[in-house]
Design a protein around this ligand. Structure first.
Ligand SMILES: Cc1cc2nc3c(=O)[nH]c(=O)nc-3n(C[C@H](O)[C@H](O)[C@H](O)COP(=O)(O)OP(=O)(O)OC[C@H]3O[C@@H](n4cnc5c(N)ncnc54)[C@H](O)[C@@H]3O)c2cc1C
Length: 310
């Protein structure tokens, strides 16, 4: 190969690496052995994409406490990935929550996704803070900062959290969480990219300069997504309903439509300067991997894979 050609190739690779967006992947703790296998296979498939971090959700009432802990510590210890457990305020005293955080720090975990959490099932849907607990995510962020110098991500809602009285309050709450020490906000999922871009503008206008990372939900099952959207107040545009219409028994086509929807979404965001994406993987790798590929996120050399996957 001629020297000039080699130089061109190096130039192309450098340009691709430079424009490569940062990604993170969210998983949930598995409930049984089959789900556990799927989870670790997905982690193994996605690990070479070198995400900035991978996060593991937490049952609002602490119901997944041990399982979240096990998955997170194993990711942290058996892979070269950075694991970030989610932690909520619900159903525990401040000391109990901070003990979990101290334990994480002792296991080498330096990044936490700090959340209030939803009211547990059977509570009538009304959020009541634990009498000795952190009332809101902002209080948890302050508590975590008093334990150690954690990197902290928090949640935010481009279409407003269902309990927020106004869009202004939403931004005030986000600003309070960032001012308390959070490093970035990850958004609830959304489908219309302009919803995110308008929200990003409003954040900037409100003086919020920390990264606002779009949460991307590749649609694996449409009815499940509808239920989730209804619960969290995310709008589902009619064009999206139309695209999935009539595909209830056609998994293959559904998967292709899901990929094209998410690819259009992330490419639109990338064109508008978005350089970081968080994927709600629902423990499946295929769609997320394909979407990352189109963003220019390709496997990186080095050992990011599991040392002991079973
Ligand atoms: C990226 C992401 C990850 C998530 N992961 C999980 C998870 O692992 N486990 C889980 O259970 N849930 C998870 N959730 C859901 C989340 O817990 C719920 O949306 C929850 O209802 C709000 O959490 P928050 O951290 O945004 O709360 P907060 O920021 O505390 O806000 C909650 C509500 O309280 C209001 N509020 C804040 N401060 C005050 C105040 N002083 N007085 C009155 N109202 C106030 C806010 O406006 C908002 O309406 C996640 C959400 C996102 C976007």
């Amino acid at each position: 190969m001629a020297i000039e050609e080699i130089k061109d190739r190096i130039g192309e690779t450098m340009a691709r690496l430079k424009s490569r967006p940062a990604v993170s992947f969210e998983f949930f703790p598995p409930k049984d052995e089959a789900m556990e296998r799927t989870l670790w296979q997905s982690i193994e498939r996605l690990a070479p994409l070198r995400p900035r971090f991978v996060s593991v959700t937490y049952g609002a009432d602490g119901s997944t406490r041990t399982r979240t802990h096990n998955v997170v510590t194993r990711i942290q210890q058996a892979t070269s990935l950075t694991a970030a457990p989610h932690l909520t305020c619900v159903g525990a005293s401040k000391e109990e929550v901070l003990d979990i955080a101290r334990n994480y720090w002792a296991h080498g975990i330096r990044h936490i996704v700090a959340l209030r959490g939803d009211p547990p099932q059977g509570s009538g849907g009304k959020y009541v803070p634990h009498p000795n607990g952190f009332a809101y995510a902002v209080d948890l962020v302050k508590g975590l900062m008093s334990v150690a110098d954690f990197e902290i991500s928090v949640a935010t809602y481009p279409e407003k959290h269902p309990e927020s009285p106004s869009e202004e309050f939403e931004l005030e709450n986000l600003k309070a969480k960032i001012d308390a020490g959070a490093d970035r906000a990850i958004t609830q999922f959304f489908f219309d990219p302009d919803v995110f871009l308008r929200f990003r503008d409003r954040c900037l206008a409100a003086g919020i300069t920390a990264p606002i990372v779009p949460g991307i939900l590749p649609i694996t099952r449409f009815p499940q997504m509808l239920r989730m959207a209804q619960r969290c107040g995310a709008s589902v545009p009619q064009w999206l309903v139309d695209r999935f219409d009539g595909l209830d028994d056609d998994v293959e086509t559904r998967r292709m439509i899901a990929a094209s929807v998410a690819i259009e979404q992330v490419q639109h965001l990338q064109k508008h300067g978005v350089e970081e994406f968080h994927f709600y993987t629902l423990n499946r790798a295929e769609l997320t991997y394909a979407i990352c590929h189109t963003l220019g996120v390709r496997p990186q050399a080095g050992n990011a894979t599991l040392e002991a996957a079973s």
